[in-house]
Ligand binder design. Structure first.
Ligand SMILES: Cc1cc2nc3c(=O)[nH]c(=O)nc-3n(C[C@H](O)[C@H](O)[C@H](O)COP(=O)(O)O)c2cc1C
Ligand SMILES: [Fe+2]
Ligand SMILES: [Fe+2]
Length: 383
């Protein structure tokens, strides 16, 4: 799998954490990837989450054999990758810690020390020669934190890409790799499309043969080309394909039933649709779906002159991530004074290039002849 025999994988599988960043469900777990390059100099690349540091240190020790590490390279200071720095530093006092200046500042916050006497400060373009391998550092600010660096192994053409190009799910999981990469990217980095575009530009100048992200499998060949293409699409906010996301938040179920009915009509027209009950689903699957397709239907009950809280949270999650360049449509419901459609439209008003499909469907409690006709008209507009 790896592009050189002297690069060893020492990552771990997390099958116990329920929510990544306390937000994103992990039904198939996640990996924290770490590598050791056993060249003339020995470099360890990143650490792992706190719950797995003992396991990681054992993996490291058995890869090292009789050798000692010269460097610990930290690409990203988020705790899922940096929790083991202190334990490593204590165990291997002669090893230097290599990271960006910003990473050292963050290190001080986490560990009370920035390891001043053993720092190797890295900047864009610096090259760390290990013998056969030399790592060239590439700044990747805000992909996903400000201090992030990637490194490019000039000998093998491998990019150690930090969080970029990663995904949820352990390798043995029976999940869709693309769906899990999309849910991961849109959820975690989606807001920073411009910064991802900048990194893609830098990557296009490299002779890439493989990408080693900090989560999920290593990418090479077709899987790498496909992921680079998807990152270009996602980070420029273009829809990946035609289709409709139908997301609803319904108190008693009438709005949900209308939304499901619309989805059935669209499916009958041969339109690809995904339907989400926002009160019950993993909201970030619905977020990822909205970025995947070119059309979005928002269906919600009115709630205290506003909109159902689950829908408010959903639209906020979309706008937080720069949602744009899509067609949006509304279904609202209320017994006495529906306001949901107005609120939902207002929440989208600052998004760029949103086209609204008409009519907005209005239910006064349950579908009647008039609202059923509106629903049919909307299906015609969206097919
Ligand atoms: C706490 C609460 C607040 C509500 N506020 C409003 C309101 O401000 N205006 C309105 O027309 N209906 C309001 N409703 C009524 C629902 O919007 C209405 O029953 C709607 O038909 C529910 O659709 P559903 O069956 O899809 O949940 C409220 C209901 C609840 C439980
Ligand atoms: Fe991160
Ligand atoms: Fe991460």
């Amino acid at each position: 799998m790896f592009t050189a025999d002297d690069i060893k994988y020492i990552g771990v599988q997390d099958k116990i954490t329920d929510l990544f960043e306390s937000q994103y469900p992990l039904p198939d777990g996640v990996t924290y990837n770490s590598y050791v390059i056993l060249d003339q100099k020995v470099a360890v690349l990143d650490t792992v989450d706190a719950r797995f540091c003992d396991e990681w240190l054992q993996l490291l020790q058995s890869s090292l054999g009789q050798r000692q590490p010269d460097y610990l390279i930290i690409h990203h200071m988020e705790p899922d990758h940096s929790a083991g720095i202190k334990a490593f530093a204590d165990k291997y006092p002669q090893a230097k810690i290599a990271a960006s200046a910003k990473a050292f500042a963050i290190m001080k916050g986490f560990f009370g020390t920035d390891f001043a006497d053993r720092q190797l400060k890295l900047s864009e373009g610096d090259v760390l020669g290990l013998g056969r391998h030399s790592l060239r550092f590439i700044a990747a600010p805000m992909v996903h934190w400000p201090e992030v660096m990637m490194s490019y192994d000039e000998q093998t053409g491998t990019l150690f890409s930090a969080d970029a190009f990663g995904r949820f799910g352990v390798p043995t999981a029976n999940c869709s790799p693309i769906d899990e990469a999309r849910r991961y990217y849109i959820g975690i980095v989606g807001k920073y499309g411009a910064q991802v575009q900048a990194v893609l530009k830098k990557a296009s100048a490299l002779q890439l043969t493989g990408i080693c992200p900090l989560h999920g499998p290593m990418l090479a060949g077709e899987s790498m080309r496909k992921m680079l293409g998807l990152y270009d699409t996602w980070s420029s906010y273009r829809p990946e394909q035609q289709g409709v996301t139908v997301a609803y938040a319904s108190i008693y179920g009438h709005t949900g039933a209308a939304a499901e009915k619309l989805a059935e009509m669209l499916a009958a027209h041969g339109v690809q649709t995904q339907t989400f009950d926002l009160a019950r689903c993993d909201m970030y699957q619905a977020v990822a779906s909205a970025f995947r397709f070119d059309k979005l239907v928002l269906a919600a009950s009115t709630y205290n002159g506003d909109v159902m809280p689950a829908m408010r949270a959903y639209i906020q999650a979309l706008t937080d991530r720069g949602f744009r360049d899509r067609t949006a449509a509304f279904i609202e419901n209320g017994c006495w004074a529906p306001t949901a459609a107005r609120v939902m439209r207002q929440m989208l008003q600052d998004c760029k290039d949103i086209r609204f499909a008409e009519p907005a469907v209005k239910l006064m409690s349950d579908l009647d002849d008039g609202s059923a006709e509106q629903l049919r008209q909307l299906a015609e507009q969206l097919k």
